[in-house]
Design a protein around this ligand. Structure first.
Ligand code: PHE
Length: 357
């Protein structure tokens, strides 16, 4: 009996899973189990033998039983521990990887400008980058012979041989969107049109593709005073300063009358631009009252409606605001440059949370 006891308790201790425990139980205590057979042999014993063997066998049976139960519980505990160890999950880990890319300064500044003008009730309009010469020139009061056409270093598309229609152009400015938006929506209207424009030019401050944002406000009672206020608000918000001084210099654009180029008072102390104070003036945009012929071309009655328009170089004001010296670097796709001048992708510019924060 001692042999049986050490045999089974040893086997139970060595068992590594529930199945082998069950096999051991059958082997010892099942109908034909070793202990059960011993129990059956009690009948052939003398009453004296039975008196000692009976309780001893019962005790052995109990001991093996509780050994099995204890081992079963220990195995379940170990299995649970193993699951807790391997299926462990740190719920405090960040749910998403940090974004690796950055927002390009052009996109950033476009978003900033959009936020500022949205606050003044302007919506965003867009137009095609390949334009007909009607939208890019004629409708804007720039007829075929006009010197402005040559001045803009226009890219023309090819026409098939024998096709005598005027070629399309890569739009040289965002002003054609004025015409398209007025045609589509009529007056009154308040829009800005950011987008790519093209001119054949290349040096530190010129690239063949660059970006402009056009502004257009047409209604029945709009004057240069509204233009001035609007631009002042824009410049203050964009450069994030409390005061600005604007200088309107008489100029000429075929599509506005009168026309003005707008400078802002600034200083360049130690090469760093400070907007709002100083003795320098910085030209930042072209503007004016929309020419009656332009309204007419867009199907708007100039005896009822009038308004202002302006055009700003997005790249230019991005260079000024963020101290970027060479325009060409904007379009080199140099990762080091993008990491240095790029903006965090989750910081959306808004007027109340800060434009460039
Ligand atoms: N379209 C002009 C340019 O590209 C800018 C401008 C727009 C001027 C609107 C006046 C009014 O130079």
């Amino acid at each position: 009996m001692d042999d049986l006891k050490s045999k089974y308790l040893g086997l139970i201790a060595e068992a590594t899973d529930e199945n082998s425990l069950e096999e051991l139980r059958v082997q010892a205590l099942g109908k034909k189990g070793e202990i059960s057979l011993q129990m059956r042999s009690l009948g052939q014993m003398t009453p004296e033998e039975r008196q000692t063997a009976g309780p001893a066998l019962n005790a052995l049976k109990d001991e093996i039983n509780s050994g099995l139960i204890a081992k079963k519980a220990a195995l379940a505990d170990a299995a649970l521990d193993e699951r807790l160890r391997t299926e462990w999950l740190d719920v405090t880990l960040p749910a998403r990887m940090r974004p690796k890319g950055t927002i390009h300064p052009i996109s950033q500044v476009t978003d900033e400008v959009t936020a500022i003008f949205a606050d003044m009730g302007f919506s965003v309009a867009e137009g095609p980058q390949i334009e007909s010469d009607w939208y890019n020139f004629d409708a804007l009061n720039i007829p075929g012979h006009h010197p402005a056409r040559a001045e803009m270093d226009t890219f023309y598309t090819h026409r098939a041989a024998g096709d005598n229609r005027p070629p399309h152009v890569l739009r040289t400015h965002t002003s054609p969107v004025q015409i398209r938006a007025l045609e589509a929506n009529g007056a009154p209207i308040r829009i800005i049109c950011p987008g790519r424009v093209y001119r054949a030019d290349y040096d530190q401050t010129h690239t063949p593709m660059f970006h402009q944002v056009e502004g257009l406000a047409i209604d029945t009672d709009i004057s240069m005073a509204n233009l001035k206020w609007c631009l002042e608000e824009f410049v203050k918000a964009f450069f994030e300063v409390d005061n600005v001084e604007l200088r309107f210099r008489a100029s000429h654009f075929p599509f506005t009358e009168p026309s003005a180029e707008v400078d802002i008072r600034c200083s360049w102390e130690g090469g760093v631009l400070k907007v709002g104070e100083g003795d320098d003036w910085l030209e930042i945009l072209g503007s004016g009252m929309v020419h009656p012929k332009v309204l007419q071309a867009a199907g708007v009655d100039p005896s009822i409606y009038q308004g202002f328009a302006f055009g700003v170089g997005i790249d230019r004001i991005a260079m000024l605001k963020y101290g970027i010296p060479d325009l060409r670097a904007f379009f080199d796709s140099d990762l080091r440059w993008l990491r240095h001048y790029g903006f965090r992708s989750l910081d959306v510019p808004t007027l109340d949370s800060g434009l460039s924060a």
